[in-house]
Design a binder for this molecule. Structure first.
Ligand code: BDR
Ligand code: CA
Length: 323
């Protein structure tokens, strides 16, 4: 059997984070991934909540021993989170229905310290999946310059290229939340992989898909949670016009998992990504240069196409294995 991929998940759960997280855990269960740690990030909801949510998800899915890092809270506050989409607790207001967290916020390691420790211990071996604002990764890079180069690969859900943003007309939420951090991460190496809104807007998870995932054990705790979270997310997506086709919600963050385990569903291209860190109206906008002239060197791989039906076939089949 092939070696499993050693991963640290940096996440701000978040409804779509939770589906990406559970998909990854289903791959751990299959022996295809090894989740070394989770680093919670401030973003969709406040630091304490994303930490607690991460811990509760690990417990619910049967992986309570995986360490969780406490979010670095150092970015200038943009004045908003995404609780209106994900619920005030970040979990569709379902956190009270889950087992209490195992890890303790006060005594947990800081996320940047955990990243530094793990990357120093296993250079070139760890893949970082970052599906929240990039504050933790940037803090690690500032604390130990060059540390992000020690990752095997860094896969980021974020950005929007030649398409509307989702938090402002031009910016995607994760980059907008802490654009300075994003710039530090893009400057840290020349092969960051990005899954921007261009592709994640195609990923509409429907209630029928959630039922298909849970059909073999519909009354199990995880199945009930998944279906209820999906229903909640579909409601807020409709209210905020995130999805204008069939009722469903966008599982943006799951695109990062597909890149690593099912790259055949994506098409990517090289580009130099720049982040607007100063703009009054364009804070957090991501840019690439499509003019027909020679470019300065690229720093990223950007996904621009996804085969959504093939993505969901794989997503649903894997998630059935964890229910
Ligand atoms: C990203 O923003 C968050 O609200 C989601 O969890 C996702 O990571 C999409 O723009
Ligand atoms: Ca997220």
């Amino acid at each position: 059997m092939a070696d499993s991929l050693k991963i640290i998940l940096d996440t701000d759960p978040g409804g779509d984070d939770i589906f990406a997280f559970l998909w990854l855990l289903s791959l751990v269960k299959q022996g295809l991934a090894d989740l070394a740690a989770v680093t919670a990030a401030e973003g969709n909801v406040a630091a304490r909540k994303t930490f607690t949510n991460s811990s509760q998800i690990l417990k619910l899915a049967g992986f309570p021993a995986i360490p969780v890092g406490r979010p670095v809270s150092q970015c200038p506050k943009p004045g908003a989170d995404a609780g209106h989409i994900h619920g005030t607790d970040g979990m569709g207001n379902l956190s009270q229905t889950l087992p209490p967290p195992v890890q303790d916020f006060e005594t947990a390691p800081r996320a940047d310290d955990l990243l530094i420790e793990q990357l120093n211990a296993s250079p070139e071996a760890i893949t970082l999946i970052a599906i929240g604002p990039l504050t933790n990764l940037a803090a690690a890079e500032v604390k130990q310059p060059g540390i992000l180069k020690k990752a095997k690969e860094i896969v980021v859900m974020g950005g929007a290229f030649h398409c509307p943003g989702n938090i402002t007309p031009t910016a995607e939420f994760n980059i907008w939340f802490n654009p300075a951090a994003a710039q530090i991460v893009f400057d840290s190496r020349n092969d960051i992989v990005m899954l921007p809104l261009n592709v994640t807007r195609e990923l509409v998870l429907t209630g029928d898909m959630a039922k298909a995932i849970t059909q073999d054990n519909p009354n199990g705790d995880l199945a009930q949670f998944m279906v209820r979270l999906c229903q909640f997310m579909i409601g807020t997506a409709a209210k905020h016009r995130e999805v204008v086709s069939d009722p469903g919600f966008l599982v943006h963050d799951a695109a990062a998992v597909s890149y690593l385990f099912y790259p055949e569903v994506l098409r990517l291209r090289r580009a130099r990504v720049r982040v607007e860190t100063q703009g009054v109206w364009t804070r957090g906008q991501t840019l690439m240069d499509d003019r027909s002239r020679a470019k300065s060197s690229a720093n990223a791989w950007i996904a621009l196409q996804i085969d959504a039906p093939s993505f969901f076939t794989r997503f649903i089949e894997d998630l059935k294995g964890i229910i």
